[in-house]
Design a protein around this ligand. Structure first.
Ligand code: AMP
Length: 362
């Protein structure tokens, strides 16, 4: 079996690393010949919206999936006409536009923070009436890792804010004073079998995920999150891994965004769960039985952003596992991560503190 992956970033690389033991081969499409996935599979160089390139990928693959979210839905359909393309193209489309995503959540009774569409300066004033300050102005499309967002704290921040964001279609969201950020990674196979990992607790800074700890034990919130994810999966006739990021406020979970793919907040599952999110994504799209999502201890994950610490220093920390994506360093770029899996939350937090100390020094 050959699995085609659009995008050869770290997610594609970790999918291939999980799929090799299952006897799977991989072929990627990426513009960059030294992308992380190119070391663990074949590469078709080119853009993922180029029909000729996608045609070659469909030709070379038994099934196609993706590791980047901004593949245009139309491009996905051109592949889907020739080979199975999973998660299904509408799921890809649903996560690409923050406004459509919020409307989808609402239509499924999944709570979201108050918001309003902003297509121009007048809309911003109208949305502010509804949402109030503080608020976050976000581009509807192509924002990730904190890009394409502006915090509006004071009335003085409002003038010119939409223009500063590039004058593109945007939404204004109420700033949620959350207790914590949680995410749920779930998986649904082609036959409709589902499995859910425990909740992950996430810490962001500058819009980028810095640290995840799991399992986050809260049975009531877990049931709520599973209900929300299940509604989305059913609605989208989903196959593969699906992630939703939530803001937890008291007993309510507000959905922030969904990702129709394996997710950074699920990287801990490689060593910290019976079956990783990457293996389960492959099992799901190939309609194989899903693997257990049971946690194997108390896990923590720290992202290495902008620079990698020395491997020797990371590996000297008890319970630490290093993942180097072999990417050229650039400010704000995710270059690797480290997972710790320990028997107790205290041992896990102690090891995490050592990893965080290491990156604060480097
Ligand atoms: P996003 O790109 O929408 O996932 O936003 C990245 C991060 O910015 C989130 O994980 C939060 O930490 C923060 N953030 C984004 N939107 C809001 C909001 N409406 N209220 C509070 N924090 C937010």
């Amino acid at each position: 079996m050959k699995v085609g992956i659009i995008g050869a970033g770290q997610l594609g690389r970790m999918l291939a690393l999980a799929g090799h033991p299952l006897g799977l081969d991989f072929v990627f499409v990426d513009t960059s010949a030294d992308a992380p996935g190119a070391r663990v599979g074949a590469l078709i160089p080119g853009r993922f919206d180029d029909p000729a390139v996608l045609g070659r990928l469909a030709e070379a693959s038994d099934i196609v999936t993706f590791d980047v979210e901004n593949v245009p839905e139309e491009a996905a359909w051109t592949v889907a006409e020739r080979v199975p393309f999973l998660p299904p193209p509408p799921a890809l489309g649903a996560g690409q536009d923050r406004l459509a995503e919020k409307r989808l959540f609402r239509s499924l009774d999944i709570p979201v923070a108050d918001y309003g569409p902003v297509d121009g300066p007048d809309d911003l004033a109208a949305a502010l009436e509804r949402v109030g300050l503080p608020a976050v102005l976000k581009t509807r499309r192509l924002g990730y890792d904190g890009r394409g967002q502006q915090m509006l704290q004071h009335p003085g921040d409002v003038e010119g804010a939409w223009e500063r964001l590039g004058g593109v279609p945007a939404i204004l969201e109420r700033f949620v004073r959350f207790d914590r950020e949680l995410s749920l990674v779930g998986v649904r196979s082609v036959s409709g079998e589902t499995a859910f990992y425990p909740l992950s607790e996430n810490t962001h800074a500058g819009g980028i995920l810095r640290r995840t700890r799991a399992p986050w034990e809260d049975p009531a919130l877990y049931d709520l999150a599973v209900g929300h994810l299940s509604s989305l999966m059913d609605h989208l006739a989903y196959a593969g891994v699906l992630t939703v990021e939530f803001f937890a406020v008291g007993k309510t979970l507000y959905a922030n965004e969904m990702a129709p793919r394996v997710h950074n907040s699920g990287h801990w599952t490689i060593e910290g769960a019976a079956t990783s999110q990457f293996e389960n994504h492959l099992r799901a799209i190939l309609d194989l039985p899903l693997g257990s999502t049971e946690p194997l201890g108390h896990s923590g994950m720290v992202n290495f952003i902008s620079r990698m610490p020395a491997a020797r220093d990371v590996l000297a920390i008890p319970h630490a596992h290093l993942h180097d994506y072999v990417k050229a360093p650039r400010p704000g770029r995710k270059l690797g991560h480290c997972t710790v899996v320990a028997r107790t939350p205290e041992a896990r937090d102690g090891a995490l503190a050592q990893v965080e100390h290491l990156i604060s020094e480097s």
